[in-house]
Design a protein around this ligand. Structure first.
Ligand code: ZN
Length: 362
């Protein structure tokens, strides 16, 4: 996808059939007018373009709902210098979604998030990224949802951004990370943010991260190889021992990559849970872990999916892809061959997400 120009902080994409408003019922005359306006007729036979624009694509009522799908706003690349090699645009996401039967993708900012040591800068970047993602949601009705970024560990800025995300942008949920430098979300300093998320019955997408402690433990190995999946487990331990999960039961927390190492280690965590902290989990450790949600991006291989499906009921499992960080077939191909029943597969692909995000139930 070619980018046309940079305007008001955003890249404007060159027009191509996939992003034209055929889904909203644009008439042939309107389509021809648009094609003429961009000079597309000079490049391609108009008949071919209309045929492509009219292709049905994915069924928005039955297609998959992808809860782990990253936006890479131009302002994020410009400000942080990260992910400049990603060629992501909304149109490219839609093209991939159509190819793999994904009706809707919930957009989030990937790790390492938007806080790099300066609260004020993080607040500005969170707002810019959220505005960009909200605009993308608005520009493509039904195709995208929004997990808004907040500038944790800045508590005050995070509370303001939660308010803006819900009240102004109508976000579908909030995106967090499993750790912030060497602090994990159960840290008592984070309580005001979780209080507010609980008050709003928030759906919270918690993306894996690499904490400062564990960036380069073994030369040549990046945290993305295995450390991220350990940090998901650490995050849940932190939420357990500090009582966050039991104290704020209205939140719906989604963890990534089939829960990382958590499903395999849950029994040991339950056995080794500190006896002097049992008051933090009055319903028990396993009760708290089993009520969480787990999406399956890049972790539908036989072993992680077997661990997850033995550990939690299907009702807690969601579909995700981690696109564009991971090619979508790395998730959908093993998922299709795991041997799930059609009913369970539908629940994972879409049904469970419809319960969390009723607005996508069309
Ligand atoms: Zn991701």
């Amino acid at each position: 996808m070619k980018r046309e120009r940079f305007e008001n902080g955003n890249w404007i994409d060159a027009v191509r059939p996939e992003v034209m408003p055929f889904a909203s019922g644009a008439s042939r005359r309107e389509l021809l007018k648009m094609l003429a306006a961009v000079g597309a007729g000079a490049m391609f036979p108009v008949g071919n373009l209309i045929a492509q624009a009219a292709r049905p694509g994915v069924n928005l009522k039955t297609g998959r709902i992808d809860v782990h799908h990253h936006a890479n706003p131009p302002i994020y690349v410009k400000t942080t210098g990260r992910f400049a090699n990603w060629t992501w645009t909304p149109a490219e996401s839609i093209e991939q979604m159509d190819k793999y039967g994904i009706a809707t993708a919930l957009l989030s900012i990937t790790q390492p998030g938007i806080w790099f040591g300066d609260d004020q800068k993080a607040r500005v970047l969170a707002r810019q990224c959220n505005d960009y993602m909200a605009q993308t949601v608005q520009d493509h009705p039904g195709r995208f949802g929004l997990f808004a970024a907040i500038p944790l560990p800045d508590q005050e800025g995070s509370l303001k951004e939660i308010e803006y995300a819900y009240d102004t942008l109508k976000a579908d949920g909030i995106g967090l990370l499993t750790s912030y430098m060497d602090r994990w979300p159960g840290d008592p300093a984070f309580v005001p943010v979780f209080e507010e998320l609980n008050r709003r019955n928030a759906v919270v997408f918690i993306h894996a991260n690499g904490p400062s402690c564990c960036q380069n433990l073994i030369p040549g190995i990046t945290p993305t190889m295995a450390e991220f999946d350990f940090d998901t487990t650490r995050c849940v331990e932190s939420l357990l021992v500090n009582g966050t999960l039991a104290r704020f039961p209205n939140m719906k927390l989604i963890f990534v990559h089939s829960g990382g190492t958590l499903p395999v280690l849950a029994g040991r965590i339950n056995d080794r849970f500190p006896k002097d902290r049992m008051d933090k989990v009055p319903n028990g450790v396993l009760y708290e872990i089993k009520k969480l949600y787990y999406e399956v991006a890049h972790a539908t291989y036989a072993a992680p999916l077997a661990a997850l499906t033995h550990f939690v009921p299907t009702s807690q499992i969601l579909f995700g892809t981690d696109y564009p960080a991971e090619p979508i077939p790395t998730t959908v191909d093993p998922l299709a061959h795991f041997g799930l029943s059609a009913k369970d597969l539908h629940a994972i692909d879409r049904g469970n997400a419809e319960r969390l995000f009723p607005r996508f139930k069309v």
